[in-house]
Design a protein. Structure first.
Ligand SMILES: [Zn+2]
Lengths: 65, 242
């Protein structure tokens, strides 16, 4: 059976994980209510999206259920 | 090689996927159903009432499903739109008499009936083609009666997909709105009143604000002037979304 010959160093693990970093979501602020929202989404606070309100606040809540 | 592979499998078998697409497309059309249709409807427990949708012409699903069902919905609408002129043509030979009345029977024997049948044939064919895709008679009726007339003359782009901020609770799936265009469209910003340049001795600060406003008002005017503005807007949205 194949067995490890050498100890797997911490540096080896670390360098393997060098490219595993996650990128955070791109955030922007809603032009209408200024809450922080991800880009290209309907604002969860006021329902604003690309120049008009597409969803009132309560309806967003209802849709979330 | 990736040749001819398109679309998402959505973790389903072929038949399951087809059924899902039919259900989603039908569900979207059925949101346009009259509120009276929900009278006396109860959920599975037999007590809770079924409420009409808060927004007509809109469903909330995952972004992947929404993007996948969009072409099916649009194809159905296109077929239905093409049937409208034929239905209008057939109107000339139709009768207003009730079925099985003597008037109706004479119409039925007359030449007009044969002409009506011939004129209606393409419309009936369209209905059958859509029905074969949706397998839901009520959805097809709503599409031909209600939805298609709204989009007559529009060269595609009948629906839009918008991402929602909050993911689904169970599996963190990205939710999205799939809806018919026409409602909740972007409106051109109300054109600001044109600054008058009559008085040249206005302060410099006012002048700068006037020049800033100018492009905005021009854009708004252009949007209202061209009849094709909604189509352009939909196209612009699609390019930003996908
Ligand atoms: Zn907002």
């Amino acid at each position: 059976m194949a067995v490890p010959k050498r100890k797997h160093s911490n540096a080896r693990s670390g360098s393997r994980r060098a490219h595993n970093a996650l990128t955070s979501k791109q955030l922007t602020s809603c032009p209408k209510c200024s809450t922080t929202v991800p880009t290209h989404v309907v604002c969860p606070g006021c329902g604003y999206y690309m120049g008009r309100v597409v969803m009132a606040e309560q309806q967003e809540e209802a849709a979330a259920e | 090689m990736r040749h001819k592979r398109k679309g998402r499998r959505l973790g389903r078998s072929s038949s399951h996927r087809v059924a899902l697409m039919r259900n989603l497309a039908s569900a979207l059309f059925l949101t346009e159903r009259d509120d009276l249709a929900y009278e006396g409807l109860f959920q599975a427990d037999g007590k809770t009432k079924v409420n009409p949708p808060t927004h007509k012409g809109r469903i909330v699903t995952t972004i992947q499903k929404a993007k996948e069902v969009k072409p099916l919905v649009e194809k159905c609408i296109t077929i239905a739109c093409k049937a409208i002129p034929h239905e209008r043509e057939a109107e000339k030979f139709a009768t207003t008499a009730e079925r099985n009345t003597s008037d109706w029977k004479t119409w039925r024997e007359s030449e007009n009936h044969a002409k009506w049948v011939a004129a209606m044939a393409p419309a009936v064919n369209a209905r059958r083609r859509v029905f074969s895709m949706l397998r839901d008679k009520e959805a097809v009726a709503i599409l031909f009666g209600d939805v298609a007339p709204r989009f007559e003359g529009r060269p595609g782009g009948y629906t839009r997909v918008m991402r929602l901020a909050k993911p689904r609770l169970g599996d963190n799936g990205t939710r999205a709105i799939l809806e018919f265009v026409g409602k909740h469209d972007r409106v051109a910003a109300a054109s600001a009143p044109k600054p008058s340049f009559a008085s040249d001795d206005a302060p410099a600060a006012e002048e700068t604000s006037a020049t800033e406003e100018k492009p905005v008002s021009e854009e708004a005017e252009a949007a209202t002037a061209t009849a094709e503005a909604p189509a352009e807007e939909a196209a612009a949205e699609e390019s930003t979304e996908s």
